[in-house]
Write a protein that binds this ligand. Structure first.
Ligand code: UDP
Length: 244
């Protein structure tokens, strides 16, 4: 039988396609399961490699998908290819498109206060039937955590998108998950900024040419440091392969 995951630097990546994954999460939600989803790029893999506590957090996830062309390329090199990128943004959009028909409730946690405020306006325009049970910005203190958990519990959402940036969002989900009996919790990074129209995603042609990372550096030069993780990531994959 084919393995369900491909291991890259101790992170087990789920073998699926974008479409299949969206369907699987919707089925999980229908069954009222509780799930923790990480969509990981090379940066996350490298953070996990350098931080054992964070690695344990990521390894708690029910699904880890390949959010980044670097992961796909590393899997190809290992001879255990992953079909395609399964990104946090596209997964979220796929869910939002079907959520109303399936009577699913959504909670949005994270992003700047102004983005969080703009989000419901944009959602009601583009997804008029969507049931949003909460929209809370991501700049809160430790003391406010309890109230946020209570707000999510009260809304009984089927999907909770957490946009606090990595690794904060994964740590937040992992440490609060046990407070909930159901819900699909997924870290989505800067996705609300794009969803609300505050930030633009790369043009489709660049995504197709595997150049989304270049667009992100060009439009947000302060991010360039993060991309240093990429050559280190490939070097680590290569040396692990040689050692195997
Ligand atoms: N953010 C937040 N609270 C924080 C720090 C960041 O809600 O304390 C939000 C930020 O406004 C942005 C997202 O988290 O919407 C992080 O986006 P980024 O693109 O940096 O994340 P990445 O995709 O790299 O994980």
């Amino acid at each position: 039988m084919e393995n369900k995951t491909v291991d890259i630097l101790d992170i087990p990546f789920y073998r699926t396609t974008q479409e299949r994954f969206i369907d699987e999460l919707l089925r999980d939600a229908e069954n009222e399961y509780r799930r923790f989803v990480v969509t990981a790029n090379p940066e996350i893999v490298m953070s996990a490699k350098n931080d054992i506590e964070f690695k344990k957090v990521v390894q708690q996830a029910d699904y880890i998908t390949a959010d980044g062309i670097g992961i796909i390329m590393a899997a190809e090199k290992l001879g255990l290819p992953l079909s395609e990128r399964v990104t946090g943004f596209d997964t979220m959009i796929g869910i939002l498109k079907q959520a109303a028909d399936k009577k699913m409730k959504i909670f949005f946690l994270g992003a700047k206060p102004e983005v969080s405020k703009a989000l419901p306006v944009m959602l009601s325009k583009n997804y008029p039937e969507l049931e949003v049970v909460g929209c809370r910005h991501g700049y809160f203190t430790e003391e406010e955590n309890e109230a946020i958990v209570a707000e999510i519990q009260a809304g009984e959402p089927d999907f909770i998108f957490v946009a606090l940036g990595s690794p904060t969002q994964e740590k937040w989900i992992e440490s609060h998950l046990s407070a909930f009996s159901k819900g699909i919790f997924m870290g989505v990074g800067g996705s609300f900024d794009i969803l609300s129209g505050t930030v633009k995603r790369a043009p489709k042609i660049m995504i197709k040419l595997r150049l989304e990372w270049l667009y992100r550096i060009a439009t947000n030069p302060s991010r360039w440091r993060r991309f240093l993780a990429l050559p280190r990531f490939f070097a680590c994959c290569e040396s692990r392969k040689k050692a195997a």
